[in-house]
Design a protein around this ligand. Structure first.
Ligand SMILES: Nc1ncnc2c1ncn2[C@@H]1O[C@H](COP(=O)(O)OP(=O)(O)OP(=O)(O)O)[C@@H](O)[C@H]1O
Ligand SMILES: [Mg+2]
Length: 556
């Protein structure tokens, strides 16, 4: 490890931990002081910020530092547009009668959504790259573009596309969304007005249509939605890229950053489709060489997009090049902790360096104390910041964090972690809370064979049946169908699925083969398929869950 603190007795004497002392807020949005002063130069930052790399998506679980990376890019560069999804009029799209009509007759809106994203990013790039601030500048830029390409026949469609926006290159992304949607709406309205009226006035109209009529409508609607807009936008990007090279302007990198995609920025009915279209459309932006669009996406949201949209294995692989997964190792986590402790104490107490080992007892029992803490995290900055902050809180008035405190802090930490896991996976695995309750109620009497015990499964099935959420994951679906349709409970399948899910989220480690050691999803492979799990599979609970699940005496 890079930085070993020296024990400085004189220093320890000077230190008295004051109330409210902490090593930062656990969300990068509210952590300015520590984040920027104690930034750990994780290699993910330079890869993502590299304008030539294909990594457009920073993907990781909650608390791994996605926002931190985006904020650092924003701080280090001048030409950055940060997209606030909550401020975009995407609800306008979701609520549009016409879009709902198209969706109800079965038009795949994926291409329209791609048009939407591509359009807003192209215009945003033009605005930022050429500093277009008003209609006059917009028109004069368009003139320059026209002068450059007018004689080139291959540029015709791109020029025609841009001509429609010639005095609007400065408008906000939000206005752009409305404009594009209205444009499509107008065309649908003109071409399919009779059916549209019927749709608006008659509930269930789409369902009452014959298959033939529906297909004819879909074909006509598709012509409008797909039209040639996508192809045109591709040509617009080509044009921009050439124009950019010929421009006398100083070359600078431009970034468009998108965070908060996991929040409720638009109704669920279209959110996952919009994300899917975003993933698809970003690939083509590589054409514009000094623009990079970067999206932070939580691993569970990505899972959900895969669940919800038709994202087959082959297609997934195609996208792998675009995703950068942020992983932390022990040295990097130690660095993060030391930087933060040092920053806190130098600011408050002395000009001397103060590191982890100046403040924390070296051992918990026979284990190195930092390893003890780290073993109770999923190797994510948020976990360790949270653990250490609880330790500091429990040490008010003292100068050291003793091993007793580290153990005491674990109680609160473990409970907070389990609650956070339930929240993190609430959309993908809503049944998780019931598994936790079932384990917790058995507490120290719990054995790994209980996962295959019928009473254990019955308890979960009953709890799921009493809730009225939309079942999406296999366990919830099986539970619901057993109780509502009287299907027999497929006990073994459910046990395996639960074990597989718990592995995926980091609650348990598995040993599927006697010759192997235990594996955990945050360090080893991300998933273990239910089919590879059997009653002989060995299970070990992650240390972070043991107190929260009342398992502190279960052998680990
Ligand atoms: N490279 C880093 N250097 C220093 N601190 C970091 C770094 N990365 C993350 N952190 C800190 O870790 C905490 C969690 O990071 P952040 O909020 O960026 O996670 P996230 O991946 O965006 O999570 P979520 O999915 O919940 O939004 C924050 O306190 C942040 O300041
Ligand atoms: Mg974040």
């Amino acid at each position: 490890m890079s930085r070993k603190g020296k024990t400085q007795n004189h220093l320890a004497n000077k230190i008295e931990l004051r109330p409210g002392e902490n090593i930062g807020n656990n969300s990068a949005e509210n952590d300015d002081e520590f984040l920027f002063s104690c930034f750990v130069d994780h290699p993910a930052l330079s890869v993502v910020a590299d304008i030539t790399s294909s990594k457009h998506f920073v993907s990781a679980r909650t608390g791994a530092g996605k926002t931190a990376i985006l904020r650092m890019i924003s701080k280090n560069n001048t030409n950055v547009s940060e997209v606030d999804l909550l401020e975009l009029s995407l609800s306008y799209v979701a609520n549009s009668d016409i879009i709902q009509f198209l969706s109800s007759i079965g038009v795949d809106l994926d291409l329209f959504f791609q048009v939407l994203w591509k359009h807003i990013f192209c215009i945003e790039y033009i605005r930022s790259r050429f500093s277009v601030t008003d209609a006059n500048k917009s028109r004069s830029l368009f003139r320059r573009i026209l002068d450059t390409f007018e004689s080139d026949d291959r540029r015709k469609s791109a020029l025609k596309y841009l001509a429609e926006w010639e005095n609007k290159f400065f408008i906000t992304m939000d206005e752009n969304i409305k404009e594009v949607t209205q444009k499509i709406e107008k065309q649908v309205d003109t071409n399919l007005s009779v059916d549209l009226e019927k749709f608006k006035s008659k509930a269930g109209y789409a369902r009452s249509l014959s298959q033939e009529k529906k297909s004819a409508l879909v074909a006509r609607a598709k012509k409008i939605v797909d039209s040639d807009l996508l192809a045109d936008l591709g040509k617009v990007m080509d044009l921009l890229s050439t124009f950019d090279k010929e421009e006398k302007y100083k070359k600078q990198n431009h970034y468009i950053l998108i965070d908060g995609i996991d929040e409720k920025w638009v109704d669920e009915t279209i959110r996952y489709k919009l994300i899917r279209a975003l993933i698809e459309s970003l690939r083509s932006f590589r054409k514009i060489q000094n623009l990079k669009i970067i999206v932070a996406i939580r691993a569970d949201v990505l899972e959900r997009v895969i669940q919800e949209t038709d994202f087959s294995g082959a297609q997934r692989e195609k996208y792998d090049d675009y995703f950068l997964r942020v992983k932390w190792n022990k040295d990097q986590m130690f660095d993060l902790v030391n930087k933060r402790i040092n920053f806190l104490f130098r600011k408050k107490y002395s000009s001397e360096n103060v590191y982890y080992s100046d403040i924390f007892d070296p051992k918990v029992g026979s284990v190195d104390s930092f390893s003890y803490i780290l073993d109770r995290t999923l190797y994510r900055p948020r976990d360790i910041i949270s653990y250490l902050n609880i330790c500091l809180k429990l040490c008010e008035g003292k100068s050291k964090v003793s091993q007793t405190v580290i153990r005491k802090a674990e109680e609160e930490y473990s409970r907070i972690r389990l609650q956070a896991l339930v929240e993190e996976w609430n959309t993908a695995l809503p049944y998780l809370q019931f598994v936790f309750s079932a384990i917790r109620s058995r507490g120290n009497a719990f054995q790994e064979s209980d996962f295959f015990d019928h009473t254990f499964i019955d308890e979960i099935v009953l709890s799921v049946a009493q809730e009225n959420y939309e079942p999406r994951d296999p366990v919830s679906k099986l539970s619901r169908s057993s109780l509502t349709h009287g299907n027999e409970i497929p006990y073994e399948d459910m046990s395996k699925q639960i074990i597989s899910d718990l592995y995926r989220i980091g609650v348990i480690g598995l040993k599927t083969n006697v010759n192997q050691s235990f594996i955990f999803s945050h360090k080893d492979i991300a998933t273990v398929l239910p089919a590879t799990i059997s009653k002989d599979t060995k299970i070990r609970f992650h240390q972070m869950t043991r107190i929260g699940l009342n398992l502190s005496n279960v052998k680990s």
